[in-house]
Design a protein around this ligand. Structure first.
Ligand code: TXA
Ligand code: MG
Length: 350
């Protein structure tokens, strides 16, 4: 299949929108990661996305909208919690899981009776959705299992020849996927941590008396990894509520090891391990950032790109410093780092 490349000009976005409306699949930038979109109401179009990505079809898709009012088309009743979160965090990197409206085909929601809805901050994304004239189902625009794409080069590498077109926009500022939060229950639950943290969500929801928890399986996995308990045992009954969280994800071809502990100690250990590995003929890549808010945001916006960069350089082992998980965004980036590393972690101590 020939894949068209578009810019983010009005004219190009209109053309790309028409392709979506006619049942085609189009990759486009958002502020988190690039998405691969299809008309969410068209089951055949959505199926094409699963095929292009090589994605398991029980993994539901996030449905993207261009204005808050569209939420009412996708869920039977817009609750107070949904309104509060939409008011505070939309447009932005938050996906709300809500009861699904009958108009959505089951293939879009992976057979679930709920749907994840997101109003992205990216202007190009919102224009595209509005030109398409339909809600857009879009997973990240990577081949299933590889790191999410944060610059258009990644998308072209993964999906050229497999999709109708790609909107070439700027690099994604946030760099990891949206926070997914389940608002179908009395307790609001974070199903996938992201840029918007549990504390930020709770701050907004407490005024209507709602608490926010993080899916206990995610917390357990990240603690298990830290304490070096037997992950295989833990993995056997690991059933996260966001189906996508159970798949091996974001993995580079190189072996990735996360080192945690005090910055200076990690740095020294990383140097030592790098020397040893290089002496045994291995090619090594390093990722070393601190725990300031700026460093953690930088890690988020560059981590997936670095994994792909080191793969291009045919590195055998990547050593990356992990982050303080008490910091909300530190917890989120550690979620991606640990998954990418298959929970391989070395604790060098405080
Ligand atoms: O930032 C993002 O969210 C990006 C951009 C393109 O918007 N999209 C993205 O989509 O990351 P994807 O398909 O790679 O990840 C969607 C996640 C999966 O973990 C999926 O299981 C979860 O959201 N999810 C979607 N709908 C759900 C639902 N109804 N119930 C529970 N989890 C859901
Ligand atoms: Mg994804």
């Amino acid at each position: 299949m020939e894949t068209k490349l578009w810019t983010t000009s009005e004219q190009d976005l209109k053309e790309a929108g028409k392709v979506l409306k006619n049942g085609g699949i189009v990759a486009f930038p958002t502020e988190t990661v690039y998405g691969l979109g299809a008309d969410a109401l068209n089951a055949d179009a959505v199926k094409k996305v699963y095929v292009a990505k090589g994605r398991p079809s029980d993994n539901p898709m996030i449905v993207h909208i261009h204005s808050v009012s569209q939420l009412g088309d996708l869920t039977p009743v817009v609750s107070e919690a949904m309104s509060v979160l939409a008011e505070k965090f939309w447009p932005g990197p938050l996906t709300m899981v809500v009861p699904k409206a009958a108009c959505l085909p089951t293939v879009t929601t992976g057979g679930l009776d709920t749907v994840g809805v997101r109003l992205p901050a990216s202007k190009a994304a919102r224009k595209l959705i509005s030109f398409a004239g339909c809600p857009i189902a879009a997973p990240s625009a990577n081949l299933s299992g590889s790191p999410s794409p944060t610059v258009v080069r990644h998308v072209i590498g993964d999906l050229s020849g497999k999709v109708d077109g790609i909107v070439c926009g700027e690099a994604c500022k946030i760099g990891i996927e949206s926070t997914v939060v389940d608002v179908t229950d009395k307790v609001v639950t974070v199903l996938r941590p992201g840029y918007i943290t549990q504390n930020q969500l709770e701050e907004s929801l407490l005024k209507i008396g709602l608490r926010v928890e993080v899916d206990e399986h995610i917390v357990q996995m990240q603690n298990f990894a830290k304490n070096k308990l037997d992950l295989k045992l833990c993995g056997q009954d690991f059933k996260p509520k966001a189906p996508g969280m159970k798949y091996r994800h974001y993995a580079p071809k190189a072996k990735l090891i996360i080192l945690i502990g005090k910055f200076e100690k990690v740095k020294a250990e990383m140097l030592k391990m790098t020397n040893e590995l290089e002496n045994s003929g291995k090619k090594v890549g390093n990722i070393l950032l601190g725990d300031s808010d700026e460093d953690i945001e930088l890690e988020m916006s560059t981590f997936f790109d670095k994994l792909r960069y080191y793969d291009e350089k045919k590195v055998d082992v990547i050593l990356a410093r992990g982050h303080d998980q008490k910091n909300g965004r530190g917890f989120s980036i550690m979620n991606r780092m640990l998954k990418a590393a298959g929970y391989e972690i070395v604790n060098v101590g405080e």
